[in-house]
Design a protein around this ligand. Sequence first.
Ligand SMILES: C[S@@+](CC[C@H](N)C(=O)[O-])C[C@H]1O[C@@H](n2cnc3c(N)ncnc32)[C@H](O)[C@@H]1O
Length: 363
Amino acid sequence: MDAVLEPFLRREPPGPVRTVLRLGAAELLLLGTPAHAAVGSAVDLVPKPFAGLVNAVLRRVAEAGPAALAGLEAERLDTPAWLWSAWHAAYGPAVRDIAAAHRQEAPLDLSLAPGAAPPEGGEALPTGSHRYPAGTRVTELAGFAEGGFWVQDAAAALPAQLLAARPGERVADLCAAPGGKTAQLAAAGAAVTAVERDPKRAARLQENLTRLRLPAELVVADALRWEPGGAAFDAILLDAPCTATGTIRRHPDVPHLKRPKDVGAAAGLQRELLAAAARLLAPGGRLVLATCSLQPEEGEAHLAAAAALGLALDPVRPEELPGLAGAITAEGAVRTRPNLWPDRGGMDGFFMARFRKARFHKE
Ligand SMILES: C[S@@+](CC[C@H](N)C(=O)[O-])C[C@H]1O[C@@H](n2cnc3c(N)ncnc32)[C@H](O)[C@@H]1O
């Protein structure tokens, strides 16, 4: 919207006035609001001295109509320059497809509880999730109250699938709330301990598990310092906190809230959590690391850190990812992006890698 307003502004208006101008322009050009209503309500929102300016600028935007949007490089304008450069460096020309995917509303994906039938009207995806059109309200789908399913993006469902927890195994889900992956692990029959630092988010996790009637031990603790006692874990899922730049379709504020320094800070915390997870894992045990970020510092770069911790990459095989084998990297990790499966509605951007802990490792 700033690019639309640019030709009509001779000097920079105060921040709140610019915000009102953006809203007015969006109403006029994107929402089809009648000109008198959009202009009138915008004028009412600003202090008197700016009423004339807002009136004049928005009238000109209304006169220009959809032509004001033509020729703008919308994908690029919607993406802060630092993110565009980082994605261009990581993904080359596909940066444009990624940014274009961010402009589409994400569909609703569900994971099913064991034995539950999918609600009508969805598409069964090759990886096992069920997809419903964007805008579908999950609480209105038949079977929600009975705990038949939970909301989980198709890409977000993959890390727990790759861990392939077996009945009776001791599995830790570090960084667990709101619990989509805990639910998958519990549904597989594992003895799951879900660790979550934030008490409010832990309460939400508990609510979700109760609705789904799936069992897990819930521990409110900082995974960096947590000392469980008892035997080490057979398998660990580490869905680490991240900048979440893979979820922009669902959280369009992310590009505007995050700063380049956040990437390094998140990557540092992820490395610490990875080291903590490695300590909690039994020799020979499996670990899946996942982050919902498109930044390689929060993904591919962790492979070297993992190796130094005695975690050997266990390459993902194409048959483990039906319809998505192209997301497997040369090393055998997985990189999903919002522009994968474009005809089906895309998916969140995730990095995930599976490791096996050495039986003998000198710290
Ligand atoms: C990416 S979200 C996890 C999503 C979750 N795995 C799921 O599938 O629903 C990261 C979670 O980690 C929690 N967290 C962040 N730092 C943590 C720490 N040091 N120990 C435990 N939990 C932490 C956050 O509060 C947040 O709930």
